[in-house]
Design a protein around this ligand. Structure first.
Ligand code: HSE
Length: 434
């Protein structure tokens, strides 16, 4: 059988990894796919010395790949929302299948792209868009298809996890570790996407839609990054038996879907609390299977290429199968998506870590306890440290039981209004993941 012809758009970190893996493992891949996969065209703006493209035709115009009648599958690895959307829609309109690693594109424009793909009867595959090399989309969409999914929680930004791990383990500074993550090709072109949680929110949006059968709703995701975390809070969390991780949480409740990305205290003995460096991990809790954990490299050249090439193999296999019976993009049939709402962050429920800087007076703790109890907030534990030498203030650290964000915000406002409380109250959400 003739090989399937692929056009790779973008020859950066992931594009060159994809080219190299396709070349190195060509024979193995053809045995799995049932046909060879030939890179018949590459679109690149500048040469990439990490990639020997041999005699593969090169163009600087990505849209030329979408218009090339020779090409069966367009692999979109240019990133961003604008040109990538144009490229993907053009490829679909021209009847080509698409493989993409672009989480921003899928989270923001996925509903439109999938509708066009269904009209044209072509595949859009996007395994590499979430958690790099971990096949978590396939696991959720296929392997866990029997389950009602209760929640998904994951460390889904490698750069952020790398920064937090290096800061905790080696005491390195934030900018120093971020610069290394950029040099290693982990960080987004705009690294604020990593450290402000936007990249993780893109990925969580995709996971939530596949888990719960809801349309993609990135605009409703609550997003908080890691830039305001301090080493003091990391240390106090450790003393209480927790680790701070940047977590994406999607939980199904009777009222709606919680969709939130933020720093989170996790009990230190959970496996996911020990996922360090650029590694990602996603926990999925289903009613039949219980808790599962998927772990692996969430970013980087060949781990991400592994997912891109696996999608290519799926596309090649599906090209010879019944087009009416493909796995749906969001796991559920398009006419069976649910309108269960995504909740505002105020309606989400979580336990909390609070750090209060208080003047060293009798009765402060009683006032704090009274504010919390008046709002039905149950304290799980309290740790009060010695007054700091430089300012005489006493750090008071509390863990609470679960409460809605709305009640916690009210309580924090009341705490910050106390004469004996100085500055902002630090609050970090806590998830026990059980
Ligand atoms: N910037 C992303 C990360 C790359 O660090 O996880 C993989 O999506």
């Amino acid at each position: 059988m003739k090989p399937v012809k692929v056009g790779i758009c973008g020859l950066g970190t992931v594009g060159s990894g994809t080219f190299n893996v396709l070349k190195r493992n060509a024979e193995e891949i053809a045995r799995r796919a049932g046909r060879g996969i030939e890179v018949a065209q590459i679109a690149q703006r500048r040469p990439n010395p990490q990639c020997d493209t041999d005699s593969t035709p090169i163009t600087a115009d990505v849209l030329a790949v979408a218009d090339n009648p020779e090409i069966d599958v367009v692999v979109e690895l240019i990133g961003g929302y604008t040109l990538a959307r144009e490229l993907v829609l053009r490829a679909i309109a021209n009847g080509k299948h698409v493989v993409t690693a672009n989480k921003a594109l899928i989270a923001v424009h996925g509903n439109e792209i999938f509708a066009k793909a269904r009209e044209q009867g072509v595949i859009v595959a996007f395994e590499a868009s979430v958690a790099g090399g971990i096949p978590v989309i396939k696991a959720l969409r296929e392997g866990l298809a029997a389950n009602r999914i209760n929640w998904v929680a994951g460390i889904i930004n490698g750069t952020g996890n790398f920064i937090l791990s290096e800061m905790r383990e080696k005491g390195r500074t934030f900018p120093d570790v971020l610069a290394e993550a950029q040099a290693l090709g982990y960080a987004e072109a705009d690294p604020t996407f990593d450290v402000e949680g936007i990249d993780a929110a893109h990925k969580l949006t995709i996971l939530a839609s596949i888990a719960f059968g809801i349309p993609l709703q990135f605009d409703k995701a609550y997003t908080e990054g890691i830039t305001r975390l301090t080493t003091a809070d990391v240390g106090y969390a450790e003393a209480l038996g927790y680790r701070i991780k940047h977590l994406g949480v999607a939980r199904s409740t009777d009222q709606g879907i919680e969709l939130r990305v933020h720093p989170t205290l996790i009990p230190a003995d959970r496996l996911i609390a020990n996922v360090n460096g650029v590694m990602n991990a996603v926990m999925v809790n289903g009613d039949a299977v219980g808790s599962t954990l998927f772990y692996g490299a969430g970013a980087g050249q060949e781990p991400t290429a592994s997912a891109v090439v696996a999608d290519l193999v799926d596309v090649v296999r599906a090209m010879t199968s019944d087009p009416e019976n493909r796995v749906p993009h969001l796991a559920f049939q398009p006419d069976a998506l649910s309108d269960h709402p995504v909740l505002s962050i105020e309606a989400c429920e979580s336990a909390y870590y609070l750090r209060i800087q208080a003047k060293d007076h009798p009765g402060v703790l009683a006032q704090v306890a009274s504010i919390l109890s008046a709002r039905g907030i149950n304290i799980e534990s309290i740790m009060q440290k010695e007054a700091e030498e430089h300012d005489g203030l006493v750090p008071m650290i509390l863990l609470t039981h679960r409460v809605t964000e709305r009640h916690m915000v009210e309580a924090i406002t009341a705490l910050e209004a106390l004469d004996d409380v100085v500055g902002d109250v630090v609050r970090i959400r806590v998830e026990h993941l059980n």
